[in-house]
Design a protein around this ligand. Structure first.
Ligand SMILES: Nc1ncnc2c1ncn2[C@@H]1O[C@H](COP(=O)(O)OP(=O)(O)O[C@H]2O[C@H](CO)[C@@H](O)[C@H](O)[C@H]2O)[C@@H](O)[C@H]1O
Length: 492
């Protein structure tokens, strides 16, 4: 099968979070299974060019219709760790992707509407006719809309779309100008409740809703989150739309790329280890302490890695840090915040705790350091308010770092409480789960592993090893996606 992924991220060249990991990991797995995969991405000025091999011009004269005229774009091509990627660069005074950041501009909806249109124009003009186009999140929600309403009449009638939602909170809200810019026009047609009209704001278009309504298959990133999105307020207003399109909607649990996330081969950690020489993990703990100037004492390290925003339960992250410090543990945080109030809060904490030898807060994005933390820490917390899938607990498990998570979304599908899980036998349980989002619930689930670490190290080691037994690679999810592609490919 010939599959083209259209996305705003692909790790490690463009990575703001888990979306990038998934786009890369799934593409690699599909290729391993014998399919042909290409990726179309924006050419941001700030992406990691050091991860692209052989970048060269692939299509220099791509004119993308935009409002009444057209925007001239160049398309570059290169390999990102073996994946063939096309990067679209618009030449325009609007500086679409030369902003020094991936997201966060007031005109993000226009930037990604143009990208979606340019991706389709590129496929059309370069005569690429994939069997399946796989799009991700709100940024590419207009791809299936434009494919079905316009490009199918230009010669792309056989292309089918799978649309994956990684985060329902960000849906891409826009006004009528997007219709005029992209050439969709027909305001009264698209502002209908069964088309793109936002379910809350009748004067806004919703890109993600467009993705759901127009795609041949819609997925989110875990079975439990698929349920939550339909039946709870976590669908952020799209529950009804999902309900109407339920026959096309499923949850497929993400995987992690074992080439990249593997303590046996990880290029960023000093000591490699497996289940059989687990004691080597201690050397990474020592290296982590040296790197972050933590004191070398008999204490466990609890870690947090992730975006610092409301979704991630930052109030609980903050509380866990002080709980760890008051209860004989060290704490390491690696995170970045886009919201200034949260950023200021953690900056203040960092200054305040600067001389404490048991804690380190690293504010910013640092891929290399994240690997050392996964390998060096004893535990990782994921106290999210909601979590469509969650990759950090799966990576933690692979590295024998015991996850302590809130029982929401994909965390429910991947972590099984050592003391209370009812679905797995004791030897297959792999972490700690709490459900309420208050301090008591969190403390109860931190107290248990800390006690185990101090009082029964052998049992703690067994728990970590049980986690390493889990196979959350892309093998299985890759097969599930292929089944979905096959199903939509044969449906006319
Ligand atoms: N400061 C930092 N420095 C270095 N690395 C950092 C970092 N902050 C985060 N990371 C890395 O980024 C990834 C984050 O994974 P998450 O599952 O938390 O994704 P996120 O919430 O961004 O995305 C959404 O999409 C993903 C993929 O579908 C879902 O798993 C998730 O639930 C959903 O919210 C991990 O690889 C982590 O190591």
């Amino acid at each position: 099968m010939y599959i083209v992924q259209i996305a705003s991220e692909c790790a490690p060249v463009i990575k703001a979070g888990g979306l990038g990991d998934v786009v890369y990991g799934l593409s690699r797995e599909l290729e391993n299974q014998g399919h042909s995969v290409e990726l179309i991405l924006p050419k941001y000025d700030c992406m990691r060019y050091d991860h692209i091999w052989g970048l060269h011009d692939a299509f220099t004269n791509l004119w993308v219709p935009w409002y009444g005229g057209a925007i001239h774009c160049s398309v570059y091509c290169g390999w990102v760790h073996g994946r063939l990627c096309f990067f679209i660069e618009p030449h325009s005074g609007d500086n679409f992707f030369n902003r020094g950041c991936y997201y966060g501009s007031n005109d993000d909806n226009m930037r990604f509407a143009l990208f979606s249109k340019a991706a389709l124009e590129f496929l059309l003009q370069s005569n690429k006719r994939p069997d399946v186009i796989h799009c991700h999140d709100w940024q590419t929600g207009l791809v299936p809309v434009m494919l079905y309403e316009m490009y199918k009449y230009y010669g792309m009638e056989y292309q089918r779309v799978c649309y994956t939602i990684h985060n329902f909170k960000h849906q891409g809200s826009a006004g009528v100008e997007t219709l005029w810019a992209t050439g969709l026009n027909q305001e009264s047609y698209y502002f209908q409740s069964d088309k793109l009209q936002d379910n809350f704001n009748p004067f806004a278009l919703n890109f993600m809703k467009g993705g759901i309504v127009y795609s041949n298959a819609v997925t989110t990133v875990s079975p439990h989150h698929a349920w939550e999105a339909r039946y709870t307020d976590i669908g952020y207003g799209l529950g009804h739309t999902l309900h109407l399109h339920q026959d096309r909607f499923t949850g497929v649990l993400n995987g992690i790329d074992h080439d990249f996330w593997n303590p046996e081969t990880d290029r960023y950690i000093p000591s490699h280890y497996t289940k059989d020489n687990f004691e080597e993990k201690a050397k990474n703990k020592k290296a982590l302490r040296e790197r972050l100037l933590l004191q070398d004492v008999e204490k466990p390290i609890i870690s947090y890695i992730g975006r610092l925003d409301e979704q991630k339960g930052v109030h609980l992250v903050h509380h866990a840090m002080y709980y760890a410090l008051h209860n004989g543990a060290q704490f390491v945080l690696l995170g970045s915040a886009t919201e200034s109030s949260i950023n200021n809060h953690f900056r203040h904490e960092k200054d305040f705790l600067n001389n404490n030898p048991d804690v380190h807060l690293e504010l910013g994005f640092n891929e290399e350091l994240s690997h050392l933390i996964y390998a060096g820490a004893d535990m990782i917390i994921v106290p999210s308010n909601y979590e469509p899938c969650g990759l950090t607990q799966m990576i933690g498990l692979k590295y024998g770092t015991v996850p302590i998570v809130r029982g929401v979304g994909g965390l429910v599908n991947t972590v099984f409480d050592k003391d209370y899980d009812q679905t797995k036998p004791p030897e297959e349980r792999n972490g700690y789960v709490f459900y309420q989002s208050d301090y008591h619930a969190l403390e109860f689930s931190l107290e248990r592993p800390l006690k185990l670490w101090y009082n029964n190290p052998e049992e703690f080691r067994k728990l970590a090893l049980a986690g390493m037994e889990y196979d959350y690679s892309w093998n299985h999810p890759g097969e599930e996606y292929v089944k979905i592609y096959d199903r939509i490919r044969h449906k006319w």
